[in-house]
Design a protein around this ligand. Structure first.
Ligand code: FES
Length: 242
């Protein structure tokens, strides 16, 4: 997995923060909280003000200019803030802090904004699998068990009914969830087909296990189900399925 060196952990004060720049010129704010390091955009999302000039108490970051605030563990907007911070996934290795490409589940629109612990639970049960070009992941009518998130590569997704499918499919983007029938009640068979158009890396998660995690967190479950309804409607409308 590609990783980019940011700084040495020793350079960041305990429960403090520091602005760093990668070799490629990416400026980041690195913050320490408890046992963890977090990396965010270096500049306030409101105006051109470096966040390292702000106030940080070890859990909440405040921009000194207009007092926008963020939760350092998630980058979520607090109080007056009107936008979250752009988050970078951090890896700590041998005392060095790197940023790594985010887990595709964290980019998935379907799970955006859900409770961090619930999302980590879903990430923990996901399996990464690689498929060759031309692999059919499932066909209309196949039994439903897992849902998928595209990590890299290209997948064509075609909505269908019985043995028919719509002529044109959808090219899925990185972070897009498909196979979402695994989250629907009374839907034991696939209603779409999915095929890899090139070598693709996917995260694969058992639908029943995801539902169990969501049942324990009704607020996140409600958010996911609302997005799922919108997603299904969007695909059905765009495919012309009746
Ligand atoms: S510039 Fe940061 S809150 Fe306005």
């Amino acid at each position: 997995m590609t990783r980019t060196f940011v700084c040495h952990a020793a350079d960041v004060p305990a429960n403090g923060m520091k602005q760093c720049e990668t070799k490629g010129g990416l400026r980041l704010l690195v913050a320490h909280s408890g046992e963890q390091y977090y990396a965010y955009q270096a500049i306030c999302p409101h105006q051109d003000v470096p966040l390292c000039e702000g106030l940080y108490d070890g859990s909440v970051l405040t921009c000194h200019q207009h007092l926008w605030q963020w939760d350092i563990k998630t980058g979520a907007a607090l109080g007056l803030a009107e936008a979250p911070l752009e988050y970078f996934e951090v890896k700590l290795e041998d005392g060095a802090i790197y940023i790594v490409p985010p887990n595709a589940l964290k980019m998935a629109e379907l799970f955006a904004g859900i409770n961090g612990q619930t999302l980590e639970g879903i990430i923990a049960i996901a399996r990464r699998e690689e498929y060759d070009e031309g692999t059919t992941l499932y066909r209309v009518g196949d039994p439903v068990e897992d849902l998928y998130v595209l990590e890299s590569g290209r997948v064509n997704f075609v909505i269908g009914r019985e043995d028919r499918t719509t002529p044109a499919g959808f090219m899925l983007r990185k972070g897009e969830v498909f196979g979402w029938a695994a989250l629907l009640d009374n839907q034991p068979q696939r209603i779409a087909a999915a095929t890899c158009l090139e070598k693709s890396s996917l995260l694969r998660v058992n639908g029943r296990e995801v539902l169990k995690l969501l049942e324990a967190d009704p607020a996140s479950a409600f958010a996911v189900m609302r997005r799922l309804a919108a997603l299904v409607t969007r695909y059905l409308a765009a495919s012309g399925a009746k």
